[in-house]
Design a protein around this ligand. Structure first.
Ligand SMILES: C[S@@+](CC[C@H](N)C(=O)[O-])C[C@H]1O[C@@H](n2cnc3c(N)ncnc32)[C@H](O)[C@@H]1O
Length: 254
């Protein structure tokens, strides 16, 4: 199957394995059924220390950048954490997606994690409308949705850009924490390429953190070369390692 993250590409075929969507294009799963919600929390939120950053944030709006929106699981885990904090900063969550999933597939997330606040009708409808617009006009390549915090009235704004990572990442603003969540590097090289990592560095500030499930040697080396401090951590569950880190204060960003 040809990889072509454009509005004309209908070929993101999905198969199910134990109720979890698997991309036939990339031969990889979107999330793991056993502990996927906890894994997202461990790797991305704890890996970036998101809860404490949201409480102590010196920024009026804390910005998270994600590579790979997929089923939206990481967004929902972040949103539910943000909702549970007493007085969090406003949050802007930027993500990108070249191969948006269909409603029936998105809804399997709700079936996998009953009792969690995930996709609801208005949200899916709004996502589908934005994708339709992108199909009609490739320049209209983003979807935005906002939630309000129940106690302090701050906002959580999600913006997903549609298209290839090379096209979408330059549209991100400066980011304070990254969730690097492409499919595994061997199967999805574009999401981990040196161009992608350079763009991530450009969109970072000194102190900007990142976390990812992968601990591939080339990734650690390339991030270090770009001025990131890279730390190995114990991976989730039976996974041996993952990495986290931050951009050093003397790293040159544009
Ligand atoms: C592991 S999945 C992301 C899982 C997601 N974070 C979640 O919570 O469900 C990786 C995602 O990256 C997207 N992707 C892969 N290559 C891409 C590319 N070159 N440009 C844009 N998106 C891409 C895939 O379509 C897929 O949705």
């Amino acid at each position: 199957m040809e990889k072509d993250p454009s509005p004309e590409n209908p070929k993101n075929e999905i198969e199910f394995k134990d109720g979890v969507p698997v991309s036939l294009l990339f031969d990889d799963v979107y999330f793991s059924k056993q502990g996927g919600y906890e894994e997202s929390n461990y790797v991305f939120l704890e890996g970036n220390q998101i809860p404490s950053k949201l409480i102590q944030s010196p920024q009026s709006v804390f910005c998270i950048g994600e590579l790979g929106f997929g089923s939206g699981l990481n967004v929902f885990v972040t949103l539910n954490t943000w909702m549970s904090l007493t007085n969090p900063a406003s949050l802007a969550f930027y993500s990108l997606e070249g191969y948006p999933l269909q409603r029936e597939i998105l809804l399997t997330l709700n079936a996998s994690y009953p009792g969690k606040r995930l996709w609801f009708e208005d949200l899916i409808f709004s996502y589908e409308s934005a994708i339709k617009l992108w199909h009609q006009n490739p320049d209209k390549n983003s979807w935005k949705y906002t939630w309000t915090h129940p106690t302090n009235g701050n906002s959580f704004t999600l913006q997903v850009f549609f298209g290839d990572v090379g096209l979408c990442l330059p549209q991100f603003p400066k980011i304070h924490s990254w969730y690097l969540d492409g499919f595994s590097p061997g199967k999805n090289p574009d999401m981990w390429s040196s161009n992608t990592l350079k763009e991530i560095q450009k969109k970072s500030e000194p102190g900007t953190s990142f976390a990812t499930f992968s601990s591939a040697g080339f990734l650690r080396r390339n991030l270090k070369e770009l001025g990131f401090v890279v730390e190995k951590k114990k991976g989730f569950g039976r996974k041996r390692e993952m990495i986290t880190g931050y951009l050093e204060s003397n790293a040159k960003t544009k």
